[in-house]
Design a protein around this ligand. Sequence first.
Ligand code: NAD
Length: 335
Amino acid sequence: RKLGYAIVGLGNYATNQILPRIAGCEFAELKALVSGTPAKLEKFGAQYGVPRTHWYDYKSYDRIKDNPDIDLVYVVLPNSLHAEYSIRASQAGKHVLCEKPMAVSSAECEAMIAAARKANRKLMIGYRCHFEPYNLRAVELVKTGFVGRPTLITAEHGFYAQPNQWRLDRPMSGGGSMMDIGIYSLNAARYLAGEEPVAVSAMEFTDRSDPRFRNVEDRIDWQMRFPSGVIANCVSSYSSGHNAFRVTGTKGWVGMEPATSYAGHQMWARTSGKTEQVMLPPPAKNQFVAQLDHLAESVLSGIPLRASGEEGLRDMRLIEAIYRSAREGRAIQLA
Ligand code: NAD
C-alpha cells in the first residue's frame, strides 16, 4: 500500500506546491489535513477528497497517533513551530518531513533528531533541490572533474520581502533572509563542494530605518573555506532578487540561473574554452514529487534517507556561525 501523508499547515507553500503534487507520488498519498482554520479544512478537504474524520486542528493534532492511515507527517508551518510539531509527530509514532529551515536553533534541531530516534522513526528536511535533476547534474559534473579542481563557488539567493509577514518577525522566523532564502546559498555551496567548511566569515548590512527590518537582517553575505581549498562566496538578501550559483575550477565552470527555483532551471557549462547550455529531459518525477516519495520509499524499503535531520542540523550550526561571525566581526573556525 501507499503510505499516508498528513499535511500540517495549509499556507502558501503547502496549498500551492505540495497538495497538488501528492497525487503524482508512487509510494505516498494524501490522507489527512491539519489546520487551525476550519474554512481551509472544508475547502482543501473537499478539493482533495480528505474526509472530516481525517481533519485535525493544533489541539487535536496529537490524536493522529490513533489514525493508522497516517504514516508520514509533513510540517509546513512558520519556522519557529517546526520543532514542536515535528517532535509531537515523532511522539505520535509518525515519520516526519519538516520544511527548511529545520528549526530556529541547533538546540531545537538536536531535540527533533533525539525525538525521532527515540520513536524509531525517520526525520527528513524539505531540501527539495536534493531531488532536482539540474542540481543533481551540477553536483555530478563537479564530482567527475568537468571543471577540473574546483577553486570557487558563488551562490546568490534573495528576493524583495514584502512587509507584514511572519518572515520579518524574529520570534516566528528565527532570523531574516539567511533563515529563509540564504539557506539555499549555504546548502548549495555544501552540496556543490561535496565537503564541509572549516571556516566562515560573514558581513551583514541591514537598514534599520526600513520598517521591514525591525528585528531581522536584510543582507548577509559570507565566505566559507573548505578543506580542499575551494572558497564559497555566498549572498542572502531580502532586498534584491538572486537565484544563481556557479562552480569554477581549473578547467572550466558550471553555472545555473535560476538554480533553485520551483521550475525553469537553466544551466551552462564551460570547458576547453567552449560554453554550452545543458538541457535535461523532463524527469519522471519533479523535485516536489521526488521529495515526497523519497521519505515514503525510505520507510518502505529502507533506502537511506537523503536530506536527513542531521543535514538540517549541519546547516543550522553553520547559520549560527555565520550570524556570530557578522556580529563579532571576525572569521569563525569550525570544529
Ligand atoms: P505561509 O505563511 O503561507 O503558511 C504558514 C501557515 O502556517 C499558514 O497557513 C498559517 O495559518 C499557519 N500557522 C499556524 N500557526 C501559525 C502561527 N502561530 N503563526 C502564523 N502562522 C501560523 O508560509 P509558507 O510560505 O507556506 O511557509 C511555510 C514553511 O514552508 C516555512 O518554514 C518556509 O520556510 C517553508 N517554505 C519552503 C519552501 C521550499 O521551496 N522548500 C517554499 C516556501 C516556504
